[in-house]
Design a protein around this ligand. Structure first.
Ligand SMILES: [Zn+2]
Length: 101
């Protein structure tokens, strides 16, 4: 599943993405309101969750960076229910190379 968040700067797109990761991985979920107390919620809040991978596409925008993501997607979550990739500034990713004809 992929979910895209669009909007101007400072409209909480990344925060909502983290909240979505919590709702999916909360011990008491999947639930619309995460508990904010279980290991999943706490580790997502403090940025230490091994199954929620955040990537800044403004500084990691190359083909090699996305290749790393593609490899990681092939493995299931290590600790919680779902593995979540949050790709911030996705508009900065480089475009596909054009096929020469
Ligand atoms: Zn929780």
């Amino acid at each position: 599943m992929a979910t895209f968040f669009t909007g101007t700067r400072g409209t909480a797109k990344t925060t909502v993405a983290r909240l979505l990761a919590k709702t999916l991985n909360c011990d008491k979920g999947p639930a619309p309101e995460p508990c904010n107390e279980c290991d999943a919620c706490v580790s997502i809040t403090n940025g230490s969750c091994i199954d929620v991978i955040e990537m800044d596409a403004a500084s990691h925008r190359g083909v090699a960076d996305i290749e790393e993501v593609r490899k990681a997607v092939g493995y299931g979550p290590m600790q919680f229910r779902y593995k979540v990739f949050i790709i911030d500034e996705a508009h900065q990713l480089s475009s596909m190379p054009k096929t020469p004809f």
